[in-house]
Design a protein around this ligand. Structure first.
Ligand code: BEZ
Ligand code: FE
Length: 288
């Protein structure tokens, strides 16, 4: 089939002053035209695709970003995050998706505080250390934490049940880069399914579940900010995350502890993690 039409569209962008924008638009055109030539959609199928995008846009507002959810279930968010995260040989902790629930700022809390303002059954202690690739501590690193409750709901999804800020905390590491907080073991949960992305999952017989995890956003001046998760070892869906964000190095044991700890009666679960930040200048990863 002639590619004259494709060449004509590419030429129409030739005067774009921003070179990066021009390159991106050209590649989008090339790949979209290739896709259409390969799939040969009927007009009705093309209208269905346009209708899906229109529905996704209509679902978006200040608190709901259905386009990000679409990007998530297509694996694009995970790919973009990985490409922009620490390079494989940098020694840095792997990054993964931000997700849509970091929409509100986390309350500042002191080291050792609990982020669980409700009181759940499976209590946990998370301890850790923020270091550079040589193992040197990153004193004062900021650790922003957010997670769902045991039933799999975030505070913003249950404003009548959970106080705002439940499951969230903003911490600063001590002089040795150490941090600690108390919480409950989060549950696995479905991503929002009440919109067009949920309909897409249902039509394609895909489940909407994410394995249990705690979100971390760790930063310090001079280092690349790290968006990552602690995945709870043994959680359902670790092998089938609906948004393709699991990386095996991020799976952490929440082991059973049978002795009392500060603020925690036995038994409780304990996860201990090392978070490695890489200098801001380090190159991003090539995921092939
Ligand atoms: C989350 O982990 O909060 C999340 C990520 C992607 C889609 C939905 C939720
Ligand atoms: Fe989450």
């Amino acid at each position: 089939m002639s590619t004259g039409l494709t060449d004509e569209v590419l030429a129409s962008f030739a005067s774009t002053p921003d070179k990066r924008l021009r390159t991106i638009l050209e590649r989008v055109v090339v790949h979209l035209h290739e896709l259409v030539r390969e799939v040969e959609p009927t007009v009705a199928e093309w209208e269905t695709a346009i209708g899906l995008l229109a529905d996704v846009g209509a679902m978006c507002d200040d608190t709901r970003q259905e386009f990000i959810l679409l990007s998530d279930v297509l694996g694009v968010s995970s790919l973009v995050e990985t490409l922009n995260g620490p390079a494989v040989d940098s020694g840095g902790t792997e990054s993964t998706v931000l997700g849509p629930f970091h929409m509100t700022s986390s309350p500042a809390r002191a080291l050792g505080d609990s982020i669980d303002d409700v009181g759940g059954g499976r209590r946990a202690l998370v301890t850790g250390r923020v270091v550079d690739p040589s193992g040197r501590p990153v004193p004062g690193a900021e650790i922003d934490v957010w997670q769902c409750a045991e039933d799999g709901s975030y505070d913003v999804q249950q404003p009548d049940v959970q106080p705002a800020g439940n499951g969230r905390g903003l911490f600063h590491a001590d002089d040795e880069g150490r941090f600690r907080f108390r919480t409950v073991v989060p549950g696995h949960y479905p991503i929002p399914t009440d919109g067009p992305v949920g309909a897409l999952l249902s039509t394609t017989r895909r489940h909407p579940y994410r394995p249990a995890h705690v979100h971390l956003l760790v930063s310090s001046p001079g280092f690349g900010a790290l968006t990552t998760h602690l995945f709870v070892a043994g959680s359902p869906y670790l092998e089938q995350d609906a948004v393709f964000a699991v990386k095996s190095d991020l799976v952490v044991e929440f082991g059973n502890v049978d002795e009392d700890a500060e603020g925690l009666d036995r038994p409780y679960r304990h996860a201990d993690v090392e978070v490695v930040l890489v200098p801001a200048s380090s190159a991003a990863v090539d995921v092939g």
